[in-house]
Design a protein around this ligand. Structure first.
Ligand SMILES: [Fe+2]
Length: 331
């Protein structure tokens, strides 16, 4: 073999194995915000010297990939935006139990009883509405009202996304199959589908729709910046423990496939510990810090002010939600 060939071969091998399989390092599969994950990784590496490689994808994509790769996955850690994807991996029996001292970082309502993963952040569901198109007394009392005929063509959502599907999974857990299926029929009739939460919010801001059902951080993130996609909007939180006041838990877990489980546990302890949660609070993600007693970002209304329903994150069922949404023609 010639030198050139060997060099080419070496190059090919390097390219074929991207920076994921670092011997002494960690690989994080994440569907959390890229910037937040990177900040966590950088701070963890600075503190411990352990390199961290990140692979980013959506909740469902990454969960499916982990399930497919099984015990051969190069991933050590999985971080998500929402709980249903964590449950997919838990149901496939691919998590190691989270270290008890790490579990203790996160209050019980923000983690599953199983202890196979834990809550790393939270986000709240809300309706943003265009004040030029809708008055306060026209606002729906319940998220379920959005399926009524008077809301036809007047609201937007991003039904294909994991964020929205987590809301539907909360509805399913709280109200059961029939009510959820009926609501989805109303959604199909009434809601303009958008590609993402941000687009739905902007749609309400420019008056394509009067309101959009989104997560909090899209709005508060835009407000903290130029505000150009939210300056005509106000926030409406549903009350009375309505499904529309659902607080979604972002999860973190250590994978059985990890070849460095000690370092992986260390990473999860860091993310849920005071330093990791302070990074979340002080950064630009506008999600809620929930662990280690850290107060959330002061730009956000306190979680205690939101009359959210009690939903056990381990009861959220991604598969049935996808089936129901498919049956309703929403996705
Ligand atoms: Fe999101």
């Amino acid at each position: 073999m010639t030198r050139t060939f060997l060099a080419t071969l070496a190059l090919t091998l390097t390219l074929a194995a991207p920076a994921l399989a670092q011997d002494n390092g960690l690989t994080v599969y994440t569907s959390q915000h890229q910037a937040l994950t990177q900040e966590w990784a950088d701070a963890f590496t600075a503190k411990t010297g352990i390199p961290v490689a990140i692979r980013k994808g959506t909740d469902v994509l990454m969960a499916n990939q982990i399930v497919q790769e099984g015990l051969n996955s190069p991933a050590d850690i999985f971080l998500t935006e929402n709980s249903p994807a964590m449950m997919m991996v838990q149901d496939a029996d691919l998590f190691l139990p989270v270290a008890p001292e790490t579990l203790a970082n996160t209050p019980e309502q923000f983690r599953p009883q199983s202890g196979m993963w834990t809550g790393i952040a939270a986000r709240t569901t809300m309706l943003v509405y265009n004040t030029e198109m809708i008055s306060e007394d026209e606002l729906p009392v319940s998220m379920l009202d959005l399926a009524k005929p008077e809301w036809q063509g007047r609201w937007g959502a991003a039904p294909a996304g994991a964020d929205f599907q987590a809301i539907v999974s909360a509805l399913l857990e709280l109200r059961g199959t029939e009510e959820t299926a009926n609501w989805l029929v109303g959604l199909k009739q009434n809601a303009l589908p958008y590609r993402g939460n941000f687009e739905a919010m902007r749609g309400a801001n420019v008056g394509e729709v009067a309101a959009a059902l989104i997560y909090n951080y899209y709005y508060f993130g835009d407000q903290a910046g130029t505000g150009e996609s939210s300056d005509k909007l106000k926030v409406h939180y549903f009350a009375n423990k309505d499904p529309g006041a659902f607080v979604s838990v972002s999860g973190g877990g250590v994978l059985k496939a990890s070849d460095n489980p000690e370092a992986a546990q260390q990473f999860l302890a860091f993310v849920t510990g005071p330093e990791g949660q302070a990074i979340l609070r002080d950064g630009h993600s506008y999600e809620y810090a929930i662990a280690s007693g850290i107060e959330p970002n002061p730009a956000l209304p306190p979680l205690s002010s939101i009359d959210s329903p009690d939903v056990d994150p381990s009861l959220l069922n991604a598969q049935e939600v996808v089936q129901l949404m498919t049956a309703a023609g929403v996705i």
